[in-house]
Design a protein around this ligand. Structure first.
Ligand code: FAD
Length: 499
């Protein structure tokens, strides 16, 4: 006997959980199937010797009153019982570019004023740049939580603009070009490919206001999961989906790793479209669609070191610190394992009990999957001494680079934990441990776009691969996917109605 649900969601990442809440609120019986022991995907956290580390959600934007994510968080009750710390008004992100530091203050006017001060001859270019960001955002109705019926005609123009080329066309000042590009690590930007609209959405999101979760980001996953269960849904962990059962071009259910079968009217896949295609038998879906999903280029993977520090040894920084060895912030474009590391993104755990010190810091940078692929077929924790030596060697190299700017870290380390592209591949299931899923290319605006609908009538996609990754992008993807059942504009109305 297979258990019957209205909707089955494959994967309990942010997109899967938000979809589960939306649909269970509307009375649908929902089942979320998760391959891991812990729910949340990139929202997962772990604890080492009293330090809690968030693995893939270090900060988020537009959480000030009236801003987009603030409205979405209210709709999903994500302010209840979870605290968020607003980052430094004068610099939520600090960028060290080739040895010179720059800040990004919160708010357009503050950032403009700061840039006018640094580049007094570039006032017109700076104004033009921010106008272009605002114009681009104005074409993206869903990001403004506006009705999707009157999609702006200007959208096309911005989809086909390259971010780097467009910034260069606005100013010939090479230093300013770098400063205006500085947030591109947050979308794993590639000079030759990344579209300007992705740059604009990310910049608008974080410049509007920036916050980090106090404690672990897994609180968000737990909160959403609890509501699904309260609404009558089920969440089943340690139970990955192995196969979609398809009859006469309709998915009737799924088979899972524990040998169970579940059926449903609709299946929503919160995993990468290429991984979804791997769950479908040959001949059960159009070959051209399968190949298109499988061939998608993905963003680069990551390498992270999560460090526990001695008590009161390192003052909390209420900002992210982004280091670029070269005068070039487009690190994903020139990443070279021979010169690694040339970049890091450092974030601090929010201190408890009002202390001015943090005990936990995280370092994050890019790494290619190929550098660890020799260990990919070995089970987790059984990859042998070579892999452990590789991880430790790379972690020490990264810590050495950090030591140049923060000499108080190296000698105060109690212990550290390392994540490689294999870790992201194991715990998120993204192909080759890709950080943010599919890479958008301005030369292929249509090819870069993934619709919630698939070539199978009752199979849908949600999550970071649809429109945009991250807290905002994935929330909006969940709205668009669930909008297929309950109407996107109805959901937007509900969200906008909350005060
Ligand atoms: C290192 C890192 C740092 C980041 N930092 C930030 C940040 O600071 N701010 C921000 O906004 N965004 C950040 N992001 C991006 C953000 O975390 C993601 O875009 C977002 O969480 C992705 O959510 P998702 O729903 O698409 O799926 P995912 O989080 O990828 O979850 C997919 C889930 O599906 C499960 N799964 C896979 N295969 C199966 C299967 N066959 N059966 C069942 N379950 C399966 C996985 O185990 C996983 O739980 C970061 C990402 C990374 C990797």
């Amino acid at each position: 006997m297979t258990e019957k649900y209205d909707k089955i969601i494959i994967g309990s990442g942010l997109g899967g959980l938000l979809s589960g809440v939306i649909l269970s609120r509307k009375g649908y019986r929902v089942l979320v199937l998760e391959k891991n022991h812990q729910i949340g995907g990139s929202l997962q956290s772990f604890n080492r010797k009293g330090c809690t580390f968030s693995t893939g959600m270090h900060y988020m934007g537009s959480l000030d009153e009236g801003q987009t994510l603030n409205k979405i968080f209210k709709h999903f009750n994500l302010f209840d019982g979870i605290k968020y710390k607003r980052l430094d008004e004068n610099g939520f992100d600090i960028f060290n570019i080739g040895g010179k530091e720059y800040n990004y203050p919160i708010g357009y006017e503050n950032l403009k004023k700061y840039l006018y001060g640094l580049f007094p001859d570039e006032k017109i270019a700076i104004d033009n740049y921010f106008s272009e960001i605002i114009n681009t955002i104005d074409t993206q109705d869903i990001y403004l939580l506006k009705s999707t019926q009157n999609r702006s005609e200007k959208v096309g123009k911005y989809l086909e603009l390259n971010a780097w080329d467009h910034i260069k066309s606005i100013t010939s000042n090479t230093e300013l070009q770098q400063v205006l590009s500085a947030l591109n690590f947050v979308y794993a930007g590639v000079k030759e490919k990344s579209p300007f609209y992705i740059h604009a959405l990310i910049n608008n999101h974080f410049i509007s206001s920036s916050y980090r979760v106090v404690g672990s980001s897994s609180q968000i996953a737990t909160k959403l999961a609890n509501e699904i269960i309260e609404n009558g849904g089920n969440i089943c962990t340690n139970n990955g989906v192995e196969n979609l059962v398809i009859e006469n071009d309709i998915v009737t259910g799924v088979r899972t790793t524990d040998g169970s079968e579940y059926s449903a009217d609709h299946i929503i896949s919160n995993i990468h479209p290429a991984s979804t295609m791997d769950l479908i038998n040959e001949g059960d879906i159009k070959k051209s669609f399968k190949n298109r999903m499988k061939r998608k280029e993905n963003t680069l993977s990551a390498f992270a070191v999560h460090i526990k520090l001695k008590k009161d040894s390192f003052k909390y920084i209420n900002a992210n610190y982004n280091y670029y060895k070269k005068n070039d912030v487009w690190y994903a474009s020139y990443y070279d394992e021979k010169n690694w590391p040339e970049h890091y993104f450092m974030h601090c755990g929010t201190p408890e009990n009002g202390s001015e010190y943090t005990n936990c810091i995280g370092l994050l940078t890019h790494m290619k999957f190929e550098e660890v692929s020799q260990w990919k077929d070995l089970p987790i924790n059984k990859r042998g001494k070579d892999y452990i030596d590789f991880k430790n060697k790379k972690a020490e190299q990264l810590i050495q680079l950090v030591d140049k700017t923060f000499p108080q870290i190296k000698d105060n380390i109690v212990c550290y934990n390392v994540s490689t592209p294999l870790t992201y591949n194991d715990y998120l299931g993204t192909p080759n441990g890709s950080m943010y899923g599919t890479l958008r290319d301005y030369k292929m605006p249509i090819g870069s776009y993934i619709s919630p609908r698939t070539k199978i009538k009752n199979l849908f996609f949600t999550g970071q691969n649809l429109n945009l990754h991250g807290m905002l992008g994935v929330s909006l993807s969940a709205i668009l996917t669930c909008g297929e059942f309950v109407g996107t504009n109805n959901l937007l109305k509900e969200i906008n109605a909350i005060k």
